[in-house]
Write a protein that binds this ligand. Structure first.
Ligand SMILES: [Zn+2]
Length: 114
């Protein structure tokens, strides 16, 4: 139990999974800022982190990778949804135009036969 307390004081415990590791990333450090860890935690996890909350401010490498994969998935979903919506909009607009053209042709041929 003493090692866990030391780990908390030294900052070698992961805030997310509580794994004790020598290789950690400080959430507010250079790498933490580079990977936008605070923003990703806010966006994707149901926890709140403040630099002054007295809890560990480090993440293990595995949790950083998990957060980055989650972010990559989120961006892929966002982009594919945008693509699907734009295709659907184009197809529905094109479909309406073709339908209107067919109706006009049908009406003009009907008028000529009168
Ligand atoms: Zn972790």
């Amino acid at each position: 139990m003493g090692s866990v307390n030391n780990a908390v004081r030294c900052g070698f415990i992961c805030r997310l999974c509580s794994k004790i590791d020598k290789r950690v990333v400080h959430i507010y450090g250079e790498l933490g800022r580079k990977y936008n860890l605070v923003q990703k935690i806010r966006d994707y996890l149901p926890i709140k982190i403040k630099s002054s909350d007295g809890l560990p401010l480090t993440l293990c490498v595995s949790c950083v990778q998990r957060l980055n994969r989650r972010h990559t998935l989120q961006m892929a979903i966002k982009h594919s949804t945008a693509r699907i919506v734009s295709r659907t909009t184009v197809e529905s607009t094109t479909g309406r135009d073709e339908c209107n053209q067919r109706q006009q042709i049908h009406l003009s041929s009907a008028v000529q036969s009168i």
